[in-house]
Design a protein around this ligand. Sequence first.
Ligand SMILES: C[S@@+](CC[C@H](N)C(=O)[O-])C[C@H]1O[C@@H](n2cnc3c(N)ncnc32)[C@H](O)[C@@H]1O
Length: 157
Amino acid sequence: MELYSSNDSYKLYKGDMRNMLDVIKKESIDAVLTDPPYELNFMNKGWDNSGIAFQTETWQKCYEVLKPGGYLLAFGGSRTFHRIACAIEDAGFEIRDTIMWLYGSGFPKSMNIGLALDKKNGIDNRTGNIKTDGGVGGGVELLVMIIMNGKENMKKE
Ligand SMILES: C[S@@+](CC[C@H](N)C(=O)[O-])C[C@H]1O[C@@H](n2cnc3c(N)ncnc32)[C@H](O)[C@@H]1O
């Protein structure tokens, strides 16, 4: 892990979060707030296609460093948040609430039907030669924030 930035009140590290969680003292953290990959293969970025957010082990590492009663807030995209929520729940957390953030502008991350049809028909839409609407512009976006907690109520077997 690389110490990226710091001052008297914070330290910001850069690197794979799993390595960081391995060295943080168990039950020492009050809250985890994260915007993990939504696993949508966003713009063919490898980081959005690793499966890390769907893996229970990822969230078990968060669980271990949280103090009893600690909270975890995780963002998710509208199409895959349920899988993230299940992985977090399987790690031992309890879903306490779900916040939906609905807005009518910004970068749409829902499925673009035109691009999906191109893909189905074998057209490589990365070449720029597609005939469909690229989906840029306003769209209704639904972001989901899952609030998990209840360590003190959890009886992990
Ligand atoms: C949904 S994006 C977060 C975007 C960010 N909230 C923003 O507004 O720019 C998910 C981020 O997780 C990062 N990421 C993926 N795997 C990671 C890992 N193992 N450890 C740390 N960060 C990771 C990716 O690089 C990406 O920036």
